[in-house]
Design a binder for this molecule. Structure first.
Ligand code: ADE
Length: 251
């Protein structure tokens, strides 16, 4: 069946807004429960219903910054997927998680590169009890988008997720074991919500910093955030045009 209902989940408002404006989407005030910080914009594009969701601003710790990390991402996408699949159970759905990431130079990543995920896993969920290890790592295959990657000359690879922008030596060990090409703070959590709803997941990640490059992540991230966001804004409309109306096996 052809994909006709797409959620685009983005953690940071500044990354979501240009795409929302580009598509001319309208804010849906009743999409999320009113006590949540999450925000949804909806509309149609070609044959597809498109819903862009972002995680809103923090009001719990009074910082006012974007709600980054796995907890807001998994809850916002769970609510969105629950609504999407119950309102249109017969439609073919896809969730695209778009945003910035760190890239590994050992896997060929460079600043500004667009990566499509092949799988996701966690690198900060260490549970050294044998039966729990696979749950902690939480590795999930994602949509096979090799044809799209070839069509647009995007790179592909595993996205490893953790709740920190920087990393520890232990993270390094687990990110290597995950065979990660890119590192983010949401993908594995969102893919978990997708799995519960049987909705395919695709990560579209743009590199702001090189994880194995020796420069402090926060400095490189802030330096490249604007140019990487431009790269994301170039990629997202192309990805949406490509997936709408295609079957999953055509991606
Ligand atoms: N987003 C952008 N760069 C990142 C990094 N190095 N780790 C996690 N999330 C990121």
């Amino acid at each position: 069946m052809a994909i006709e209902d797409v959620i685009v989940a983005i953690a940071m408002e500044a990354e979501a807004k240009p795409f929302i404006d580009h598509l001319g989407l309208k804010k849906d005030e009743s999409f999320f429960p009113p006590h949540t910080p999450f925000v949804a914009f909806t509309g149609t594009h070609n044959q597809c219903k498109v819903t862009v969701v972002f995680n809103g601003k923090d009001t719990v710790y009074n910082t006012g910054v974007d709600n980054v990390g796995t907890v807001p991402a998994s809850i916002a996408t769970f609510l969105a997927l629950n609504k999407m699949t119950s309102e249109a159970p017969d439609k073919e759905h896809l969730l695209i998680n778009a945003g910035t990431c760190g890239g590994f130079k050992r896997k060929g990543a460079e600043i500004g590169d667009v990566f499509l995920t092949t799988a996701v896993a966690n690198h900060d969920r260490r549970i050294p009890i044998p039966d729990f290890v696979p749950l902690g790592i939480g590795k999930l295959e994602t949509v096979n988008a090799t044809k799209m990657a070839e069509a647009f000359s995007y790179k592909t690879g595993v996205c490893t997720t953790g709740n920190s922008l920087d990393k520890t030596e232990k993270d390094d060990e687990l990110m290597l074991a995950n065979d990660a090409s890119v590192k983010d703070m949401e993908a594995a959590a969102i893919a978990w919500s997708c799995k519960l709803h049987n909705v395919p997941f695709l990560g579209v990640k743009v590199v702001t910093d090189i994880v194995d490059g020796g420069v402090p992540t926060q400095d490189e991230f802030l330096e490249n955030l604007q140019s990487a966001s431009k790269s994301l804004q170039g990629a997202l409309p192309k990805v949406l045009d490509y997936v709408c109306g295609k079957t999953h096996s055509e991606l």
